[in-house]
Design a protein around this ligand. Structure first.
Ligand code: G6P
Length: 365
């Protein structure tokens, strides 16, 4: 079937807008009657000693998010690495290790090489892929599809949220398998996850506010993204999206690292995007925001109503999202990060779907 833009100006805009439908479909494939169903022989996390997650680019940030989930929800030790580093570092793979590779295309050369390095060393090789008939899927013991559908835009959007979805489902299964979460709590979170496509629509409705913020971001030369905990990988992904398609220099830091370097960059010309739902770490993030504002920095806060109220009036701009359980926040906060990058790129007039120098799939080193 021919893939077209379905009336959108860009594939990226279409793929962002598709996320409620795509996520609902992906969930329907994995969750039936409040139970997580994995393909094939599934995954038993009860005896697993550690999990090694390896990927590149956006898929790597999905892995970094998953580390927080697996460790916090399932008390499963996780190592995460960029495929190009992992493969040449030739790390020891202790017995009891399961290796999991995340790739939209399933053809990224470094990720495939890292997978092949683990063959015969890891207990089991899993993959989370969008393209089911890919090399990475073929070479793994079990491939878990993300069901994002064809993604054309070079900057990954719906594949990211669908990767997060599968990784979260695995973490929720791991939590119950390992006796760290009750079945009731799992059902509660699955119910909340099932409501997320609807909440995605609310986030997408923030388009006009985000577009307005993006026009100002487009004037900047440098942008800093901050986040803590689950929002740290999201800050990295937000910065990656922005630099990929708008060519604005963007970097992300864990909020707690602000004082260890990036604060030296802050002045009124550097917008600081703070991704912070009002979660257990919110107070700490607010104090980082105040440090930025005290130095003239302009804070663009992405939060919920409670967070926006607590942050105070001096925030430069605020994007308010619905409240969701803390563990689900990475999926939701991905959307404003994508829209911010998209509208900034549009304001700058860059080629959103085919950014310079980038390829959708990096199949050679
Ligand atoms: C390229 C793409 C990114 C993608 C990365 C990893 O850099 O432009 O969007 O995240 O490759 O690709 P994969 O197909 O392995 O997820």
């Amino acid at each position: 079937t021919r893939i077209d833009k379905a009336g959108y100006k860009h594939f990226m805009a279409k793929e962002i807008a598709e996320q409620p439908t795509v996520l609902a479909g992906a969930l329907a494939s994995y969750v039936k009657d409040g139970t997580i169903h994995l393909p094939g022989e599934g995954v038993d996390f009860s005896k697993m000693q550690r999990l090694t997650l390896v990927a590149c680019g956006t898929a790597f940030y999905a892995c970094l998010t998953a580390k927080y989930w697996f460790e916090q929800l399932a008390r499963l030790p996780v190592e995460v690495d960029i495929a190009s580093e992992f493969r040449y570092r030739t790390p020891p793979i202790p017995a009891g290790t399961t290796a999991l590779f995340v790739s939209q295309s399933g053809e990224t050369a470094d990720t495939l090489a890292a997978l092949r390095y683990c063959a015969g060393k890891a207990d089991r090789i899993l993959s989370v892929v969008n393209v089911a008939e890919s090399s990475i899927a073929r070479d793994s013991d079990l491939a878990l599809p993300i069901y994002a559908g064809v993604e054309v835009g070079v900057a990954s959007t719906k594949a990211f949220t669908c990767q997060l979805n599968v990784l979260l489902l695995l973490a929720l299964k791991a939590a119950v398998d390992r006796g760290e979460m009750t079945r009731d709590r799992q059902v509660e979170l699955l119910t909340a996850l099932n409501a997320l496509p609807g909440i995605f629509n609310v986030a997408l409705d923030r388009d006009a506010v985000i577009r307005k913020a993006a026009r100002r971001i487009a004037e900047a030369r440098d942008v800093l993204f901050l986040g803590r905990g689950l929002m740290y990988p999201l800050a990295l992904e937000g910065a990656l999206k922005l630099k990929e398609i708008s060519y604005i220099h963007a970097e992300a830091y864990a909020s707690g690292e602000l004082k260890h370097g990036p604060i030296a960059l802050i002045d009124k010309t550097v917008p600081v995007v703070v991704m912070a739902p009002r979660d257990s770490l919110f107070d700490k993030t607010v104090s980082n925001m105040h440090e930025v504002m005290a130095r003239g920095g302009k804070v663009l806060l992405i939060s919920d109503a409670a967070g926006a109220a607590e942050a105070g009036a001096d925030v430069w701009q605020t994007i308010v999202l619905p409240e969701v359980p803390e563990v689900l926040s990475p999926l939701l906060y991905a959307l404003p990060a994508q829209l911010l990058a998209y509208h900034t790129a549009i304001a700058k007039g860059t080629d959103v779907d085919q950014p310079r120098n980038l390829a959708k799939s990096v199949t050679v080193e």
